[in-house]
Design a protein. Structure first.
Length: 156
């Protein structure tokens, strides 16, 4: 395993659309292992492959001591809304508000090619949306907004 360099938001590579994973092999496992080691060395909850210089539709999350790998994720359902401050390991700008769904259902594959579906809420839903956006070349700074009065996380 190795800690990989994080691609900064100022590099045009971070805006590229990632390609679907076709082969679930040792090369993918090494990428995932390196991503876990990289994320563990940083103050973040998720990391996409494009952030470490690989254009594959892959991201990982580590939320509440729960580590999940998503290969070829597709968000299949969303509901509700929430406004939370987001940041990003690739973005050297301050955290800011982004509107996201409160509940998200995502279908993906694990490192071995087994399909799964996960429905999540709150911060986990934010993380799934944030990392899925990365796979399409979208950053949270593209979605910064002003939350309606009473809707911001700090208002709770």
């Amino acid at each position: 395993m190795a800690i990989r360099e994080i691609v900064p938001h100022t590099d045009s590579f971070i805006r590229k659309r990632s390609k679907s994973v076709k082969v679930f092999d040792e090369k993918l496992w090494e990428l995932l292992d390196d991503m876990h080691e990289t994320l563990e060395s940083k103050p973040g909850a998720g990391l996409s492959a494009v952030q470490v210089g690989v254009l594959k539709r892959v991201f990982i999350m580590n939320i509440n001591e729960m580590k999940i790998e998503f290969v070829n994720p597709v968000i299949t359902h969303t509901s509700g809304e929430q406004y939370k401050k987001e940041g990003c390991l690739s973005v050297s700008l301050p955290f800011d508000y982004v509107k996201r769904p409160f509940t998200v259902t995502v279908t993906a594959f694990d490192r071995y090619g087994n399909k799964f579906t996960l429905t999540c809420e709150d911060w986990t839903a934010v993380c799934v949306c944030h990392e899925t956006d990365h796979l399409d070349g979208v950053l949270y700074i593209d979605k910064i907004c002003v939350p309606p009065e009473g809707m911001a996380e700090d208002d709770e």
